[in-house]
Design a protein around this ligand. Structure first.
Ligand SMILES: Cc1cc2nc3c(=O)[nH]c(=O)nc-3n(C[C@H](O)[C@H](O)[C@H](O)COP(=O)(O)OP(=O)(O)OC[C@H]3O[C@@H](n4cnc5c(N)ncnc54)[C@H](O)[C@@H]3O)c2cc1C
Length: 480
């Protein structure tokens, strides 16, 4: 049943081990550095009721309302329903919340739809656990985080061998109720605000030690699960001063599994590297990149509109600024077009599960980190010192200052000082504050780096039929 924000927040009050600085956080919903983001995720749970026609569908299992991001797509209409809901969610944070709950809802819906891949090599029990888990996530409307990358210690030695093989998350032993796991993983975004920690493979290590081939999910208050958060970038002053940092610091946590027991019915893979490789190679990108690309499209469209406002507020229109504005618009439009193309090319990926054509997403994926970094650069170039001459809400409210602010910090063409400050404060929080910098790092890496994803794009392209047809035909023509 689709939860409300209040129900979601209530669910976060447990014995989870969240470390922020040297403080073990007691209640993530009321901690000054965390409550803003907790409230924003809660807003998303309320949004699905306020915009029920867009966000909710009927859960086929229990007949209750369910967020559309839990749909296991079976046809084009399912993808469109999911599109509308995901887009609506992205609009609330303008794409700043990278790991809003719909990201992993979509991920697990795709996994469950292709459960036959998880059932390979006799893993029927693991696949059944996965399907049951996805149904539980949908029915209870849970919020998930995930840690799918091994901790980095020594790049020459590699992820598994580093630290004598003890750093990477691994199975220690079977227990009466499941398995005991130990090790570390990076980097669980949204972890303090999640109900469950999902683990599955990202990079795979064929023919290596099966102890490292794991996929499972556990509640956040499971004994031994430790979240070591990065510095908080939350600036809980006001939405005027910091429209993003006041609300959308979704946090990123280093995860330690200190002898954590995973119950048997929550184990999806235990020791099979082939399954781990296949679940990420077949359908994963086609599925989840509908969500990630829609979020990117919303964010790029917002960046374009914001940049236009900056230019207009200073009457700064000239060929160079128009060129930069057109550049941002092009990135937004190309992203939107890639989603459209991927959705139009959707097909049955097996098991009756209808997912997008992954090729537009594979092409888009390595470009987005570059585009987002360039968009940030353009906003800084357009803004210059104006990004920093931005009175705060408190300064605007100070009677002895206000006349001077109104006179000397007004903008062009009737733009008031308050409006000008609001525009440029928003721009600075988008690109320049600690959260702005972190978000740029997120865009560069959250789905692996651009060099890596260009390589993957090439390998995917090589699997397409007719990949050398044009050259072969030309060569054949020459030899006639
Ligand atoms: C803000 C943020 C949030 C994140 N959230 C999550 C999360 O919620 N869950 C999760 O599991 N992970 C998360 N991650 C981790 C993310 O998945 C990794 O950062 C990503 O996979 C890249 O791995 P890496 O950081 O080890 O960098 P690397 O892959 O080591 O890349 C570092 C540099 O090395 C170069 N490089 C690496 N490999 C190659 C190669 N094969 N060819 C050429 N060049 C290469 C790249 O150019 C890159 O610049 C997050 C990361 C960030 C920064």
């Amino acid at each position: 049943m689709a939860r409300t924000g209040a129900q979601y927040l209530e669910g976060l009050k447990d014995d989870r081990e969240v470390w922020l600085g040297a403080e073990r956080v007691g209640d993530v919903t009321s901690h000054p550095a965390l409550q803003g983001a907790a409230g924003s995720v809660a807003d998303l749970y309320d949004l699905q009721h306020e915009a029920a026609d867009v966000c909710l569908v009927t859960n086929p299992d229990d007949g209750e309302p369910m967020n559309a991001s839990h749909i296991v797509p079976r046809c084009a209409a399912d993808l469109q329903k999911r599109h509308a809901s995901v887009e609506r969610i992205a609009q609330t944070s303008l794409g700043i919340l990278g790991r809003s709950p719909d990201y992993l809802n979509v991920t697990f819906a795709g996994f469950a739809g292709l459960a036959h891949i998880w059932a390979a090599n006799g893993n029927d029990r693991g696949a059944a656990n996965l399907v049951a888990f996805q149904k539980e996530v949908a029915a209870r409307d849970l919020c998930l985080t995930h840690a799918i990358i091994h901790a980095t210690v020594d790049k020459k030695l590699g992820d598994l061998a580093s630290g004598g093989g003890e750093i990477a998350l691994h199975k220690v032993e079977a227990t009466a109720n499941g398995i005991l796991v130990r090790g570390a993983r990076v980097l669980a975004t949204l972890a303090p605000f999640s109900d469950e920690m999902a683990v599955y493979p990202s990079h795979t290590f064929p023919n290596s030690d099966p102890r490292y081939a794991l996929a499972f999910s556990i509640p956040m208050d499971t004994a031994g699960l430790k979240l070591i958060c990065r510095d908080s970038f939350s600036l809980p002053s006001s939405a005027f001063d910091h429209p993003f940092s006041s609300r959308f610091d979704e946090q990123d946590a280093f995860v330690v599994f200190d002898d954590v027991e995973v119950p048997r019915d929550r184990i999806f893979v235990d020791g099979d590297h082939d399954i781990c490789a296949n679940v990420m190679n077949i359908g994963w990108a086609a599925n989840v990149m509908q969500q990630t690309s829609l979020r990117a499209a919303v964010k790029l469209e917002f960046a374009y509109q914001l940049a236009v406002k900056m230019v207009e507020a200073l009457n700064a229109g000239n060929p160079q600024t128009y060129e930069m504005l057109g550049e941002i618009w092009s990135y937004a439009e190309l992203t939107r077009s890639a989603v459209k193309s991927a959705e139009e090319g959707a097909y049955d990926w097996g098991n009756g599960t209808w997912l997008c054509d992954e090729r537009p997403f594979r092409a888009l994926r390595p470009m987005l980190p570059k585009w987002f970094a360039r968009v940030n650069e353009i906003i800084k170039l357009l803004g210059a010192h104006n990004l920093l001459t931005t009175p705060t809400a408190a300064q605007l409210a100070e009677p002895s200052l206000r006349p001077f602010i109104d006179k000397y910090l007004q903008g062009a063409a009737g733009t008031s000082a308050e409006e000008r400050s609001r525009i440029f404060r928003t721009a600075w929080d988008f690109v320049g504050t600690a959260l702005g910098s972190r978000v740029e790092l997120y865009e560069r890496f959250y789905l692996a780096s651009a060099p890596r994803t260009f390589q993957i794009a090439h390998h995917v392209a090589q699997k397409q039929p007719g990949r050398s047809r044009l050259v072969d035909e030309l060569l054949a023509r020459k030899s006639e």
